[in-house]
Design a protein around this ligand. Structure first.
Ligand SMILES: *[C@@H]1O[C@H](CO)[C@@H](O)[C@H](O)[C@H]1NC(C)=O
Length: 312
């Protein structure tokens, strides 16, 4: 049994950024910049896709959903971090910490699911181009978005409720820049074995299976592309999935760095840097990776920006 007289902590200290001591001003400017650029870029993508009827096809619906998630994911951590740097505090209340954990997990899960669905979309587009519109119907696309949203809402709820049962007695120092489940669990003075088991199970289900699907899609895509006789044809086929592949590598590279490395209880500089990449930098880069490589989107973007100028 647990001790009877334990006092629960009412707040946690986020010490993630103190691994760069004396750099607060620089970090503040850097994170604010990346956050705003990402916000602007993703909003522009949402606006462009929303206002262009010929972009109302599954590929762009998925991209719009990804942009929405990429607005929300950094919004769960960066504003609090900026506020803490600005006010020179490190504290976050118990309830804010759990809320932050919930939303980080939700949007990170969603990012991961959308990248998987987008890989499937690219697979259908490249391997079954003639049947693309029948396979990727409006109906299937809507389910491929709705099911992930449901799982991404419920799964973190389970973890958060299980976390809420735990007691936190004295140790309230989180060696991370946000309330990450892997940094919170070791602080608890209750038995966390069930929670840890759930985290492992979820890493298995929610990260290994989707990344396996992405890998399978790309194996099929590469096989199909290799069969195209002309170099130009090969290049054209690959170029439609190049942006997606760049995002996948960025996202999974960083996730692997954070969650698969053995030292996650006490994150090193490397772990913090890796989570900064997938929580903050990757979401901000997504619109640029997509719009720089996609002529259709570039044209539409130019039209949106042009219209703005004219109407002003
Ligand atoms: C997300 O995808 C669904 C399903 O295709 C689509 O109806 C919806 O408009 C998309 N959301 C955004 C924000 O574009």
């Amino acid at each position: 049994m647990e001790k009877e007289n334990q006092t629960n902590v009412s707040e946690f200290l986020l010490l993630g950024l103190s691994i760069w001591p004396g750099q607060e001003g620089l970090l503040f400017a850097l994170f604010l910049c990346i956050y705003l650029v990402g916000l602007l870029g993703n909003m522009l993508i949402l606006l462009t896709i929303g206002s262009n009827h010929h972009l109302h096809i599954p590929m762009y619906f998925l991209l719009a959903n990804l942009s929405l998630v990429d607005i929300c994911l950094p919004s769960a951590t960066v504003p609090k971090m900026l506020l803490n740097i600005q006010t020179q505090t490190q504290s976050i209340s118990y309830s804010s910490c759990l809320t932050q954990m919930y939303f980080c997990m939700m949007f990170a899960n969603m990012d991961n699911f959308l990248l998987t669905v987008m890989a499937y979309d690219r697979y259908v587009a490249i391997c079954h181009p003639l049947h693309y519109s029948t396979i990727m119907s409006q109906h299937l696309c809507a389910s491929l978005v709705a099911v992930p949203w449901t799982v991404a809402t419920l799964n973190p709820l389970l973890h958060t409720l299980m976390m809420a049962r735990l007691h936190f007695c004295s140790d309230n120092v989180i060696h991370h820049f946000f309330c990450d489940i892997n940094s919170l669990l070791p602080l608890s003075c209750s038995d966390t074995s069930l929670n840890q088991l759930m985290v492992l199970a979820v890493i298995g289900l929610i990260f290994v299976i989707p990344s396996g699907c992405i890998l399978a899609s790309y194996c099929l895509i590469v096989t199909a592309v290799m069969k195209i006789p002309s170099t130009q044809g090969k290049f054209k086929a690959f170029s439609t999935c190049g942006s997606h592949l760049a995002l996948v590598i960025l996202f999974y590279g960083a996730i692997t760095g954070v969650y698969m490395s053995p030292s996650s209880n006490h994150p090193t500089k490397k772990d913090s840097a890796a989570s900064v990449i997938f929580m903050v930098i990757a979401p901000a880069l997504n619109p640029f990776i997509y719009s720089l490589r996609n002529n259709e989107l570039k044209t539409a973007l130019r039209k949106v920006l042009g219209q703005r100028k004219i109407s002003q």
